[in-house]
Design a protein around this ligand. Sequence first.
Ligand SMILES: [Zn+2]
Length: 174
Amino acid sequence: MKRLSKRRIILLVLLAVLLTGLLLPQNFINPVQGANNDSYDKQTFWYYPWGASVVHKGVDIFANEGTPVRAATAGLVIYTGELGLGGNVVVILGPKWRIYYYAHLREFKTQPLRWASKGEQIGTVGTTGNAKGKPPHLHYSIYTLIPYPWRIDSDRQGWKKMFVLNPIDYLREV
Ligand SMILES: [Zn+2]
């Protein structure tokens, strides 16, 4: 029997990791404690004009300042810190090789390289970044690392829709 080459084994392991990530279920919950489908505007995804972002690439879930923000789906925390317009953000790599982005937080309740289970508190609602002076809310975005080119449309910046998913598609089901 021919032995598998080292390169082939590495390739198979990578493929297995990739598939495992794709098969992990997302199992969403609303990331803001006590929030429901009335806590956000269903029309604001890709809304234009949206300041420096041009179009709105996520959903804003409104709640009182300090309300717990929870991981909407499980994953590995890859970043916590200040990030431009987002202010204090938590970035989680989760199921389907997607990046789950939580912005405008007041405080962090997690740290990089921690595994966040679904529902675990990762921060609190705030007004950091470009939410300063606005009603406190969580900005929540979902990005896919694997592009979905069939989602591109003729909207402004429509090509970015191969990476930016509409969180409302998932939240309305919880
Ligand atoms: Zn927003």
